[in-house]
Structures are given as C-alpha cells and as structure tokens.
Design a protein around this ligand. Structure first.
Ligand SMILES: NC(=O)c1ccc[n+]([C@@H]2O[C@H](COP(=O)([O-])OP(=O)(O)OC[C@H]3O[C@@H](n4cnc5c(N)ncnc54)[C@H](OP(=O)(O)O)[C@@H]3O)[C@@H](O)[C@H]2O)c1
Length: 260
C-alpha cells in the first residue's frame, strides 16, 4: 500500500491450499483496502492437487474463498480450464460453458463481484467458446518476453473472441517465474524502451510485458518490497511499439513449424 499497490492476486491452491487463510490471518485488516482476486479450479487430491470443472465444486470453492478471506473477492478466475478440458473430449464444449455458468451464478449471488478466466495455455480454449454462455469480465494470460509466438497469438485470439473491448485483460508471470534464469543474462530488454537509459533490465522486461500481449495489468510475484518498488517505478517507462511488433514477427518466423 505504501508503494501505491492496490491489487492483490492469489489462488485457492497457492501455499498448499492455505493462501486465503494465511492472507486473512496476516493482513485481514488491510484486505478491504485492496482489490482482491483469486482463482478456483484446483482442489486438494490424493496425489496433491487435482483439477476439476465440476460446477458444484466450483461454486463451493468460491463460497469457501469468501469465507476463508473474510470478505468476498472482487474477482474470481476460473483457473486453467484447459487442464481438465484436454481429457474431457468430446464433451469439453459443454463442460467449459457449465463452468462459466457456475462462476456467473456465484457472482450473481454476491459471492464475488465479478469472474474471469486465467489460462496458462489458451490455444485449446479457442474452439470451445460458447457465445451463448456467460462471458468472463476478465482474462488472465501469460505475458512478457518469454512467451512464445503460438501462445501470444492464441491469447490475442481468445481476448478478441471472448471479451473484445469490454473485459479487463491481465498478464501473469512477466519473468517466466524467475529473474535468475540464464536467459535474462543474455538479453537487454531496454531495447524495447523509447528512452532506454533510465530503467534497469528487470524494469524494462516488466514494462514490456504489458504489450506482449496487450494487457491492462500484470500479476507479478515478489517476496521483496524493494523489488516491488522497482517494478512500480518501471511503469513510467515508454515502450516502442514498433520494436514489439518486430519482435513478434521474429518470434513467429522462428517458431514456424515448432511448438512453443
Ligand atoms: N495460471 C497459472 O497457472 C499461473 C501459474 C503461475 C503464476 N500465475 C500468476 O502469475 C503471478 C506471478 O507469477 P510468478 O511469481 O510465478 O512469476 P514472475 O512474476 O514471472 O516471477 C517472480 C520472480 O521474479 C522475481 N522478481 C520480481 N521482481 C523483481 C525485481 N524487481 N528484481 C529482481 N527479481 C524480481 C521474484 O523474486 P523476489 O521474490 O526475490 O522478488 C520471483 O522470483 C502469480 O501471482 C499468479 O497470479 C499463474
């Protein structure tokens, strides 16, 4: 809050399925001051986490989230629906529509203010969208320089098909989960900035993530307040869109015929 951050994103399965309780216990008094989003779709199972799009389980998970957090979340994402849909053919079309209807009903009942879809791999969802089923108010997709051409194109197509111009689009994992991966030593993301001298490499990578694909917000993970401050400072940077376009063309050319 001191840094001007106003949104917190979590998930029912983070922290060994205890993230909601931990948040409420650690910062319950502050939670009303943040916009709070979470995700449902993973459930505790015999071998760890299991994925499910069962409408009854999803509805209960939203109910449980509000109870454990001590307040209704502002946004609940259906977490990686593609995970279950891969195994569900040929009924996956109906399954996705039923899951969307369940989250829409939870929002209508006041268990959350709005609902969305978070997808790690949006490509399989593209042909499953039922335009007669409720539409998500927000989408969350991977963003940043480490996202491959196929996923970027699929994310753009999903945004256009599901909530063109009306929904909020979130990016996630702008560093692909780690800033110490060897790839970050080999590139200088400041080439994507208009005035590239003022920001650090990490700041430039974060700022550029807002345009790969085009998103309104980016969910980033950090345990270090100084890192968060650095990322907030990055928002002042300006990205050169021609360079982003050129980069996407290069990614497409390189990945032609290869998976991400
Ligand atoms: N749908 C899904 O399946 C899925 C999966 C994973 C993540 N997500 C979403 O994406 C969000 C972020 O993902 P993530 O945390 O896995 O990956 P990430 O944000 O790409 O990377 C997190 C890493 O970046 C480091 N970092 C952040 N700021 C830094 C800075 N200024 N300088 C140096 N290092 C910095 C953090 O280290 P420090 O802690 O040291 O700062 C942390 O190790 C999650 O909260 C979630 O919303 C979704």
């Amino acid at each position: 809050m001191d840094l001007g951050v106003t949104a917190l994103d979590t998930s029912s399965n983070y922290f060994d399925f205890r993230s909601h309780q931990m948040l409420a216990r650690t910062a319950g008094d502050l939670l009303p001051k943040f916009t709070l989003s979470t995700k449902v779709g993973y459930f505790p199972g015999p071998d760890g986490a299991e994925h499910s799009l069962d409408p009854i389980r999803l509805h209960s998970a939203v109910e449980q989230a509000a109870k454990d957090l001590g307040r209704e979340p502002d946004l609940v994402f259906l977490h990686n629906p593609e995970h279950s849909l891969r195994e569900a053919a040929p009924h996956h079309h109906d399954l996705l529509a039923q899951a969307c209807t369940a989250l829409d009903a939870a929002a209508a009942k006041g268990l959350c203010a709005a609902w969305g879809v978070a997808s790690w791999d949006p490509a399989p969802l593209l042909h499953l969208i039922d335009t007669t089923a409720p539409r998500p108010a927000a989408l969350m997709v991977r963003a940043g320089l480490l996202v491959g051409a196929r996923t970027l194109d699929a994310a753009d197509a999903l945004i256009n098909a599901w909530c063109p111009g009306v929904g909020t689009v979130w990016g996630m994992t702008p560093f692909g989960g780690s800033t110490s991966a060897p790839v970050w030593d080999r590139i200088d993301p400041r080439v994507f900035l208009r005035n590239n001298s003022r920001l650090s490499r990490v700041q430039a990578a974060f700022r550029t993530a807002y345009h790969l694909p085009q998103v309104d917000s980016v969910a980033v993970g950090t345990d270090e307040p100084a890192h968060l401050s650095e990322l907030v400072g990055a928002l002042a940077g300006e990205v050169e869109m021609r360079t982003v376009q050129e980069y996407r063309n290069l990614l497409r050319a390189r990945s032609r015929g290869q998976p991400d």
